[in-house]
Design a binder for this molecule. Structure first.
Ligand SMILES: [Zn+2]
Length: 425
């Protein structure tokens, strides 16, 4: 029976750490629930004291080095499974067997997002605001209703505003006894996570899984044909979710084909600017499609809640007050759409970077497999024509574009500059 850690592809070290921590956490709960004589060993009201004791090896059933702690950061490149790891660990903490068996009610409700003591923050806009964080910290301080742990998962902790980061820091510095914070971020660089928060957390680094490991999972768990799985795993460059989408979704494949057609279409200033427009518009269309459904559903739900269409005496007053709420919703939806556009554009840029990386490795005759097997011949021709230096300049132009957009340069400007660099070489 696969347990909750089975979805973490190619992350043996991290899984090892988390399993031991989950066992240690379960031991902490057992110690806390022991009758009076044993309870004098640790203060029953302070589980962190118990945690510390467990760390020092006083809990005989637990590996002394396997300590549990109340704040964790999962780091790794996009697609390496940061939030998958955080959720799996949360499930193991709530597991009635303390292992993350994958089948008990604790595991099941955590993984399906319905456990009463697991809260997930995923920013829908470009950042997580202070209001959201304060409310979360407040609720996290309550006693776990299931008698185990209060778990707070913060996806994209790198998108915390400074004020939100400070609110979180207070909670992490003085943690409620049964609360565990699980943060996900690309790295522990100060730009991603503040130094003070970092200093309070234990870091679980995840690495980019190999294409072979990703292909194996797609074939074994998702039933995807092995040759398709191998192609998709390589093309997705270690991003499990992206590989699965490429293998299953014909539209995702078409979008990728369109992006990889860019290099051979760049024949002049005009075509370069056209290619920039096409790339931006494709990202906009993809993002619009991805948020359209939830936007409409949210709007309908809010209108129903506000009594739209009502004819009673209260209806007119409700309509006047509801304008503000609708405006708030529109603001949130706009912010989410912007984020979805950036994400779609970034995926396209990663694909494009893969092409020039293939050109570079081919020009250098490096003995590595191409990222995009289906455009490998084209990349090789490019590599011969441009020589390693030219291929490297083009790869750098794509990476600079990503960095510029990350630093809030208008996407159209950054992409146009990139296309012109790619054309000039
Ligand atoms: Zn379980």
């Amino acid at each position: 029976m696969p347990d909750v850690f089975a979805d973490l592809v190619g992350q043996d070290d991290a899984v090892d750490t988390l399993r031991r921590a989950a066992a240690s956490a379960a031991a902490v709960l057992r110690v806390a629930h022991l009758p009076a004589p044993s309870a004098t060993v640790v203060d029953p009201d302070d589980d962190l004291a118990a945690l510390a004791e467990a760390d020092e090896g006083t809990a005989t059933t637990v590996d002394p080095g396997a300590g549990m702690t109340h704040a964790w950061i999962f780091t790794g490149p996009p697609g390496s499974g940061r939030s998958v790891a955080a959720r799996a660990f949360a499930a193991a903490l709530q597991c009635v067997h303390g292992t993350g068996c994958g089948t008990c009610p604790g595991c099941h409700t955590t993984l399906t997002g319905t456990h009463a003591d697991v809260r997930l923050v995923a920013p829908e806009g470009l950042s997580i605001g202070v209001g959201e964080m304060r409310a979360l910290v407040l609720r996290a301080a309550s006693t776990p209703s299931g008698g185990r742990w209060q778990v707070v998962i913060i996806e994209d902790a790198d998108r915390l505003t400074e004020a939100a980061g400070n609110a979180l820091l207070k909670a992490v510095e003085e943690p409620p006894p049964r609360t565990v914070f699980l943060l996900c971020a690309p790295s522990t660089h100060p730009e991603d996570v503040s130094v003070t928060i970092r200093s309070r957390c234990r870091v679980v680094p995840l690495r980019q899984p190999s294409a072979a490991a990703v292909a194996e999972v797609l074939a074994a768990r998702d039933g995807i044909a092995p040759d398709v799985a191998q192609w998709a795993a390589a093309a997705a460059q270690g991003h499990v979710g992206r590989a699965r989408r490429l293998a299953r979704d014909p539209e995702a494949r078409q979008r990728r084909d369109a992006v990889l057609a860019v290099p051979r279409r760049l024949t002049g200033v005009g075509t370069a600017l056209d290619a920039a427009s096409a790339l931006i518009e494709a990202a906009e269309a993809e993002a619009a499609a991805s948020v359209a459904e939830s936007d409409a559903a949210e709007r309908a739900a809010l209108q129903t809640a506000l009594g739209a269409g009502g004819t009673g005496r209260g209806a007119a007053g409700a309509t006047r007050g509801s304008a503000g709420q609708l405006k708030d919703l529109e603001k949130r939806q706009k912010s989410r759409a912007t984020r979805a556009q950036r994400d779609a554009l970034d995926r396209a840029l990663v694909d494009l970077a893969g092409f020039y990386r293939d050109a570079l490795t081919s020009a250098l005759r490096a003995p590595v497999a191409p990222v995009h097997t289906d455009t490998a011949a084209l990349a090789e021709a490019g590599g011969q024509k441009w020589a390693p230096e030219g291929a490297l300049r083009r790869l750098e132009a794509v990476l600079e574009c990503r960095a510029a957009i990350e630093a809030n340069v208008k996407p159209r400007i950054a992409v146009e500059a990139m296309m012109l660099s790619l054309w000039r070489g």
